[in-house]
Ligand binder design. Structure first.
Ligand SMILES: Nc1nc2c(c(=O)[nH]1)N[C@H]1C(S)=C(S)[C@@H](COP(=O)(O)O)O[C@H]1N2
Ligand SMILES: [Mo]
Length: 308
């Protein structure tokens, strides 16, 4: 059985939410040594994905019934409509400024990649948040497979565009959904491609069969149902940026001190409990990603630019 050592940044149960601190005692009491091992950050065997870790995890029912997936509509209740998404056959193409372009189906990807489970915070720019055990692999592992050319500086992610999607008939939006990151961000260990959740398959409403997760950035950066990743030498234009550059910039790093033009970002509502908790800079992942934004061009950027 696959055993791996969790990365230091992975959510420790005691840091998931203030509420989880209280509840964890119960978990430890029931699970004894197993719970103790997890609390100490010791290796969690892969089978742990059958037992979602700790109470800080958002109930799956909340995560799979309250979604943003504009291809299926502008409301949160698109889960039923999203079942029309056709996920077989499916291919993900990796192209652009790379030495070894690839086109793979999800099965081939799963066989090639170091699949692991990660429980990650997600913070939507609308100020709701969740904590989800995902299955997948680091984006960096895929980047290594295609060998970026020296000119490659950015990655552009493109989501599927299908007839099954009622939303794409709306001319108000610049379909397909697109997102982007720098090569340095893409090769940070926190950048993740998810192919499963809660120990099972990735649900269609959550971006099956493969989605991006950039947990230190606002949720709109985490593009769903990817069909293409293109390496470029220019900053890619993104879906939300082209709709409202002042509200949804390219960088979109989580920062409680830079309000959205129309609302505060200082706190967030946890899906499931509706509890409000303070928002953390870089969504609590600063220790591992803040270094990406020091020096160079970033020294000239205002917090508004980096965080909106
Ligand atoms: N293709 C696509 N990806 C997307 C979106 C979308 O509308 N279309 N919404 C984004 C936003 S705003 C958020 S908060 C997350 C929501 O993910 P979830 O529904 O799995 O919670 O997906 C992101 N990825
Ligand atoms: Mo979002």
């Amino acid at each position: 059985m696959l055993i791996r050592i969790p990365r230091a940044w992975e959510i420790a149960e005691h840091r998931a939410t203030p509420e989880a601190v209280v509840r964890r005692r119960g978990t430890l009491g029931r699970r004894g040594l197993i719970g103790g091992g997890l609390a100490l950050g010791l290796a969690a065997p892969a089978h742990a994905r059958d037992y979602p870790p700790g109470r800080g995890v958002t109930p799956k029912s909340a995560v799979t019934s309250y979604n943003n997936f504009y291809e299926f509509g502008e409301d949160k209740d698109i889960a039923d409509a999203a079942q029309a998404l056709k996920t077989t056959p499916w291919t993900l193409s990796i192209d652009g400024l790379v030495d070894h372009p690839l086109t793979l189906d999800p099965d081939q990807l799963a066989k090639m990649m170091p699949v692991e489970q990660r429980t990650l915070r997600h913070r939507c720019v609308e100020a709701w948040a969740m904590t989800v055990p995902w299955t997948g692999f680091p984006l960096a592992a895929l980047v290594a497979k295609v060998s970026p050319k020296p000119q490659a500086r950015y990655l552009r992610f493109t989501s599927a565009e299908q007839e099954s999607m009622p939303g794409i008939s709306s001319p108000l939006y610049p379909w397909p959904y697109r997102e982007g990151v720098t090569l340095a961000e893409a090769t940070n260990d926190l950048a993740f491609l998810a192919t499963g959740m809660y120990g099972g398959p990735l649900m269609k409403q959550d971006g099956a069969p493969i989605r991006l997760l950039l947990p230190w950035k606002y949720g709109f950066k985490s593009a769903k149902s990817l069909t293409r990743i293109t390496f470029t030498d220019r900053q890619p234009e993104t879906f939300w940026q082209s709709l409202g550059p002042n509200e949804y910039g390219f960088w979109a790093n989580v920062n409680p001190d830079v309000p959205h033009p129309r609302w505060t970002q200082s706190s967030e509502r946890l899906l499931g409990s509706d509890e409000r908790v303070p928002t953390q800079i870089f969504n609590g992942y600063g220790e591992w990603v803040a270094g990406l934004y020091k020096g160079g061009a970033f020294a000239q950027m205002s917090p508004q630019v980096l965080f909106r």
